[in-house]
Write a protein that binds this ligand. Sequence first.
Ligand code: LER
Length: 284
Amino acid sequence: MHIGISTFVWVSPFSTASFDILHKAKDIGYDVIEIAVEDRDLIDWVALKKVSRELGLNVTVSGAFGMDRDISSERSEIRANGLSYIIDCLEIANDFESPVFGGPLYSAVGKTRLVSAEQKVQEREWCQENLYQAIRRAERLGVTLALEPLNRFETDMVNTVDQAIAIVDELDSPFLKILLDTFHSNIEEKNIPASIVKLGDRLVHIQANENDRGTPGTGHLDWLGIRDALRSIDYGGSLVIETFGAPSKELARAASIWRPLANSADELAAEGFAFLKKTFVDDE
Ligand code: LER
């Protein structure tokens, strides 16, 4: 199993000025760097590819779904912008040979409202129409879309594994699967290992985060249960730490991290890696 870390652990937005993160990740021992695409224009992609190749780091790509990137918005221009952002990220993922592009593809992070049943149906239809378009592009590029349920405080659309499975099964494509972030699952799932088993081969990416989004291994998640469940489904994706060392313009309010979660991002990265390696890789 490959172990990775998101650029969000150190900075937001990730830009050419922060390429030192890749060196830090490599020095610690990570196999994967997850590039969070907040503003693609801040990144020199050619130079990034050179650095990641030289270091031998695999790349995965994740999205930052701010309010103007919402494929289920009432406003058609925002839905179009959301779809075009997903397509841009799929192309980046293809260029970097990332097997997945992951995130809460269906809506904007932090969009939580009380809406009528009719409106919910309409928003879900918009979501499905746009995901259908995104899947067509994903199929051509050979990159899998990984849809991530978020906890109830961050979205009113897909909170649970069951809700994610319903959307993914309706669209029925090998290029639309599911990303599980254990921080969100800890709030919404009754039993994370059982949810992993239920996901089976729909599960293509894991964000391996502690219950407080601090260093993995320092909280109360059932990591051994998670490991056994992943083994039982022959999980072949990566385990990526995603927490926020610096507030993201798009996500800060939703993520609601108002205090440091470790002494430093470097410490969280090093200790989190040691824990995940010991737990998930060393006794494989
Ligand atoms: C996005 O991947 C995520 O996990 C959110 O919790 C950010 O607020």
